[in-house]
Design a protein around this ligand. Structure first.
Ligand SMILES: NC(=O)C1=CN([C@@H]2O[C@H](COP(=O)(O)OP(=O)(O)OC[C@H]3O[C@@H](n4cnc5c(N)ncnc54)[C@H](O)[C@@H]3O)[C@@H](O)[C@H]2O)[C@@H](O)CC1
Ligand SMILES: Nc1ncnc2c1ncn2[C@@H]1O[C@H](COP(=O)(O)OP(=O)(O)O)[C@@H](O)[C@H]1O
Ligand SMILES: [K+]
Length: 501
């Protein structure tokens, strides 16, 4: 796991590394700037391309000056630096790099407060005005310059953080900030890059290692963690010789109505493909033919109107409830029966979440370690309206702890909040997956992993990763615009096999 830090901790990490590696501050800046250049030259190999650097007078600006010098050493020959002298103060490392840059043939212009911004005919812009030191929304000269840069409509590469964009905490609505095509960020993605508010400002990002002390970073015990492939490889267990279907658990999916049988089929199919030893679907009688023809592997318990289905609760390693279930009185009665009779962790999705939202007293009666899988709207119905994702992130952590549940808050970088007070950001998945039924598939995977005896938090983190990874394997190499849930399901065994290889 990659711990994600807030700005204050990032500063502490820099200071600790400087004091204990030890390395001088200006050499750490040099290392960061070289790491930036290492990535930049691959993406922008044309050395004759005019590039303008906009540099502030703090350490982010210092990085900009160092990057310009290093690119000059690499024979980039149309480099212009504009220094925004909007503050009387400048950092020591800025000053040192300013002296070094003057020794090169890079053109340097100074932009004073209130003066006209010079015309810019470059093709690429490097934004090194402000970084993680941002402490208030942009106004005055900074705002004017940032608006000017955004209006140029050129490719902007931001150093560490787009100027004006808060790395963590609530992002003010309509904030003035650089709209970057690419952010090359130091050490770790900033937490707000992983939330939807970043969309206008961060088209894509790349984190480059600058050697901040890992020991120190881990000692901070950050609640925010970024899940990487190696983490999943560590938890995923192989299937053994002499194992049988009983080894891998029995999932019961309680889902579907006549018109939403698809949701039941997708979640059951996903459970079977994600390795549940046995899968049973509890579906309306009218859906039996569909189930038997679409999924001969899956067994059925049928539901009749006004009759509670007979369920042998102990037979099932886990129960998932909700996809396409509906929200009528019968669905509510069924949910209450499940909660009353089943004592192992439940997976709760879709309509079952909406029923919980309308009957909040049920939330506190769920078996410990149960898993909720809301998307944003379901989340707000459960826990109240939120005006931004930072608030939602905080609520997910608080509620997971308070209710002793795991909460999978679905999004681009889906967040799993656990009773231990952590929030894990997923790193797989893509917009081709934004298609109806995709959440039903996730529910099936979570249930299958729980049935295979993974702990609830691990089952969530793995399911979300595998779901997104299967989507990536299908969409990315083929540049597919849409991946349908049924197609993603058939990829699951391939994805899981690759992760174990
Ligand atoms: N040794 C270090 O500390 C390292 C720092 N690095 C760079 O340093 C950056 C952070 O540098 P700084 O802490 O100097 O901060 P910045 O360069 O981001 O900002 C400079 C100063 O601008 C002022 N400021 C903040 N918000 C403002 C606003 N809205 N309007 C006007 N002024 C504002 C603050 O006083 C702030 O300290 C990182 O983003 C990264 O680029 C890297 O070089 C890695 C090593
Ligand atoms: N842009 C995206 N990037 C990554 N994952 C996505 C994206 N869009 C959708 N997904 C994933 O697809 C799933 C959609 O779930 P949900 O909204 O509940 O769908 P449905 O209710 O149709 O089944 C979630 O797991 C979500 O993370
Ligand atoms: K910047």
């Amino acid at each position: 796991m990659l711990p994600l830090l807030i700005s204050e901790q990032i500063r502490e990490g820099d200071a600790y590394t400087i004091a204990n590696e030890p390395i001088s501050s200006v050499n750490l800046m040099e290392r960061a700037s070289r790491a930036f250049v290492g990535w930049f030259v691959n993406r922008f190999p044309d050395k004759n391309e005019p590039i303008t650097f906009y540099c502030g007078t703090g350490n982010n600006g210092g990085d900009g000056l160092a990057i310009a010098r290093i690119l000059c050493d690499h024979h980039y020959n149309k480099l212009n630096v504009v220094i925004a002298r909007f503050s009387e103060k400048s950092s020591d490392d800025f000053k040192a790099n300013y002296e070094r840059l003057k020794q090169t043939c890079v053109t340097i212009k100074e932009l004073e407060k209130g003066t006209q911004i010079p015309e810019d005919n470059s093709r690429v812009i490097i934004d090194a005005l402000l970084g993680s030191g941002l402490n208030k929304p942009l106004a005055g000269d900074y705002a004017r310059l940032v608006n000017f840069i955004n209006d140029l409509d050129k490719t902007v590469v931001a150093v560490d953080v787009p100027t004006g964009f808060f790395s963590d905490g609530e992002v003010p609505q309509n904030a003035i900030a650089i709209k970057a095509g690419l952010v090359i960020t130091f050490q770790q993605p900033k937490i707000n890059f992983l939330l939807p508010e970043s969309a206008p400002y961060v088209d894509c990002w790349e984190a480059v290692n600058i050697g901040i002390s890992e020991k120190f970073v881990h000692s901070l015990n950050s609640p925010y963690q970024f899940v990487e492939e190696k983490d999943i490889r560590q938890i995923l267990k192989p299937r053994h010789h002499f194992s049988n279907k009983g080894t891998y658990g029995h999932v019961l999916l309680i889902a579907g109505q006549e018109k939403t049988m698809g949701a039941a089929l997708l979640s059951s199919s996903a459970a079977a493909h994600a390795g549940a030893g046995l899968t049973t679907a509890c579906i309306p009688e009218s859906g039996l033919t569909a189930l038997n023809s679409y999924l001969p592997e899956v067994m059925a318990i049928t539901r009749r109107e006004n009759t509670m289905p007979q369920i042998e609760w102990d037979k099932f390693s886990t129960i998932a409830v909700g996809p396409g279930l509906g929200k009528d009185g019968e669905a509510l009665a069924l949910l209450k029966t499940i909660i009353k009779n089943y004592k192992k962790p439940l997976v709760i999705d879709a309509d079952a979440l909406n029923l919980l939202a309308e009957n909040k007293e049920l939330l506190t009666m769920l078996p410990a370690g149960s898993i909720l899988t809301p998307h944003m709207k379901e989340f707000d119905r459960l826990f109240g309206t939120h005006s931004n994702w930072w608030q939602r992130l905080q609520t997910s952590i608080v509620k997971a702890k308070e209710l002793n549940l795991c909460i999978i808050l679905k999004n681009d970088y889906t967040i799993t909040a656990t009773p231990a007070g952590k929030a894990y950001f997923n790193s797989t998945g893509n917009p081709a997956m934004a298609s109806g039924g995709m959440g039903d598939v996730l529910t099936g995977i979570v249930a299958a992993l729980l049935a295979q005896k993974y702990k609830p938090a691990d089952a969530c983190i793995m399911a979300v990763y595998i779901h997104g990874k299967a989507g990536d394997e299908l969409a990315l190499p083929n540049r597919m615009n849409v991946v349908l849930p049924g197609k993603l399901i058939t990829q699951l065994p391939v994805t899981m096999a690759k992760l174990k290889a």
